[in-house]
Design a protein around this ligand. Structure first.
Ligand SMILES: [Zn+2]
Length: 66
């Protein structure tokens, strides 16, 4: 499976959405841990990068210029 190339401030869809009903998360911190902010209710969650990689479904908005 192709590895998704994400970066800070990308908006991503996870395998499981937020309990508020939305499934669009902005990456607001990218390190060993990744912090995601729900674009609907603005709550944030922290995930280990390995866990994030497992739960990531697709990138909705990429900030990549290439
Ligand atoms: Zn939410």
């Amino acid at each position: 499976m192709e590895k998704l190339n994400y970066q800070l401030h990308d908006v991503v869809q996870m395998k499981k959405g937020h309990p508020c009903g939305a499934n669009a998360w902005e990456i607001i911190r990218l390190g060993a841990d990744i912090r995601l902010k729900c674009t609907n209710c603005e709550r944030s969650i922290l995930l280990a990068r390995s866990e994030f990689d497992k739960k990531l479904k697709k990138i909705l908005i990429s900030n990549s210029n290439n």
